[in-house]
Design a protein around this ligand. Structure first.
Ligand code: ATP
Ligand code: MG
Length: 346
């Protein structure tokens, strides 16, 4: 992530230098009004983050963390209470229309007319943004093809499957050729096969130069797609940085061992490591990263346990997520302005 540009000193032109972040959010605050004075909901407590141009960025956090509020502010659906937002160097408050033209939004809820055809939905949407009909038709074909929906272009949208409807939402957002595509839980409730198809579409969009920010509760989705991430919890960022660097900070590693034959009833004790039999011939092993795997193999060998194969447990992002959003982490992390991830306090 980049250092922040000084608030107010950034250019307001949309022709920005290549080093300007696609999105720069500074000290963002949002308090939703409550039923009386002093009882509003503080949804964002001073959030700062930069998303670089070309990035594929994940915004993670538990329910109610403030993700949609952040996205809502960036896409001008929610008024901010404090702080600033720049989109490719264009200040949202000072030049809202110019900033908005750079953003494509895929909201969580399906919000197109089910009784319209996909082609019409896309062309009408483009018309709303002043794109001439001829051009809109050409773009609509291109986007529907990319979304694998061209054969459904003239069918009633109501008849599309759930996954197709979600892809239609992405195709619609792409009609304005946004430089920044923001997706709020685009794959919520979508089965894994369709999700993978959507990942492919998003990868293609990103590879073609569009910066992407997405929120998701599927951690394997973030791990598979995103280069950088921020974890937000109760209105504050508790970790941010490159996916790889954050995962590398985890000091525990987990493996699954496939055992030849059956595991004995009593597993050997290996100091520092935790061994759990998940079934008769699978061993779940957790150990410090600094620990030598050979020690584990030797101890297992001594106990007559032969390891046939092993694989890394792929829930490391989950581990990070749980740690960063757990009670201990939250108590120690009140400063959300840190761009470098704070050390875990757990
Ligand atoms: N319009 C609103 N009026 C009052 N409070 C709101 C409003 N929208 C959100 N909130 C509150 O702000 C906080 C953050 O909500 P937000 O929708 O941003 O969370 P989120 O991270 O998107 O959660 P989820 O993962 O469940 O979508 C919550 O406490 C929520 O109740
Ligand atoms: Mg949300």
């Amino acid at each position: 992530m980049n250092e922040h540009t000084t608030a107010g000193a950034a250019p307001t032109s949309s022709v920005a230098a290549p080093t300007v972040p696609a999105l720069s959010v500074h000290e963002l605050r949002k308090t939703y009004p409550g039923s009386g004075p002093g009882n509003g909901v503080e949804a964002l407590k001073g959030v700062s983050l930069d998303v670089e141009q070309g990035d594929f960025f994940a915004l993670l956090g538990p329910n109610g963390a403030g993700k949609s509020t952040l996205i809502g502010i960036v896409s001008s659906l929610v008024n901010l209470s404090g702080g600033s937002v720049e989109v490719f160097g264009t200040d949202l408050a000072r030049n809202r229309d110019a900033a908005m033209r750079l953003i494509g939004l895929v909201p969580q809820e399906l919000n197109f007319n089910m009784f319209e055809k996909p082609l019409d939905i896309l062309v009408n949407y483009a018309g709303f943004y002043g794109i001439p009909r001829e051009e809109a038709l050409a773009r609509a074909e291109q986007e529907l093809r990319r979304a694998h929906l061209w054969d459904k272009a003239r069918m009633m949208s109501r008849t599309l499957s759930g996954g197709m409807k979600r892809r239609l939402m992405i195709a619609r957002a792409m009609m304005t050729r946004p430089r920044l595509l923001i997706l709020d839980e685009p794959t919520a409730g979508v089965d894994i096969e369709i999700r993978r198809g959507m990942w492919q579409t998003l990868r293609e969009i990103n590879a073609a130069g569009t910066t992407i920010i997405l929120t998701t509760h599927y951690l394997e989705e973030a791990e598979s797609l995103c280069r950088n991430l921020a974890i937000i919890d109760r209105g504050s960022i508790v970790a941010a940085g490159p996916m790889k660097a954050l995962l590398a900070r985890l000091d525990v590693e987990g493996f699954l061992f496939d055992i030849d034959g059956q595991l004995p009833e009593r597993l050997p004790a290996i100091e520092g490591a935790t061994l759990i039999a998940t079934d008769d011939h699978t061993l779940d092993v957790e150990m410090p990263r600094s620990m030598d795997l050979n020690r584990v193999f030797a101890a297992l060998g001594d106990a007559g346990i032969r390891v046939r194969s092993m694989r890394t447990k792929s829930n490391r992002l989950e581990e990070l997520f749980v740690r960063m959003t757990g009670e201990n982490a939250v108590n120690g992390a009140t400063d959300s302005t840190a761009q470098v991830a704070p050390e875990p306090t757990a």
